[in-house]
Design a protein around this ligand. Sequence first.
Ligand code: S3P
Length: 180
Amino acid sequence: MPTALKIDRPLVLIGLMGAGKSTVGRRLASHLNLPFVDSDEEIEIAADCSIPDIFEIYGESKFRDLEKRVIDRLMDKDPMVLATGGGAFINEHTRTRVLHCGTVIWLQADLDVLIERTSRRGGRPLLEVTDRRETLKKLIDERYPIYGNAHIIIKTNGDTMDSTVDKILTALSNNSESPT
Ligand code: S3P
């Protein structure tokens, strides 16, 4: 396992709801001795309002605007592990900014894994639907080609969160060996 990884820019985790960004992000941050930040939590703090309430009271476009501004601000900070909400990287401004300022890591997971994982917690307005499978499938079709712009792609199917962290550490050390 790589030990002396030098991280000099934010590590930005992207992927669909249920991909494990927050859990993996927390563990990765603790391995690397870096702060962990969750963009959804930062949005809730900035708005003093929960994500479901922001969607319900102000609408999705207000949420997207807050998301863009919060991530913009975070990119000015020192290295950290940042778990982003599943839609953040779809915004062109955010995508350009995180690709420029950070190392973007896509946690890729198949539909069945996402369905199983998203059943464990609510609070996701886009999944308050009768057919979660259909919604997630549509999001996969729309978003996976865009997530494909990430610097690093980690396939997480069937992995424990810890083995996903190991895969990321290995990918980061391979990444830092290649000329940029
Ligand atoms: C969203 C994902 C959520 C949250 C919001 C919208 C999305 O975050 O930002 O409900 O558009 O995919 P997680 O991916 O952390 O669940």
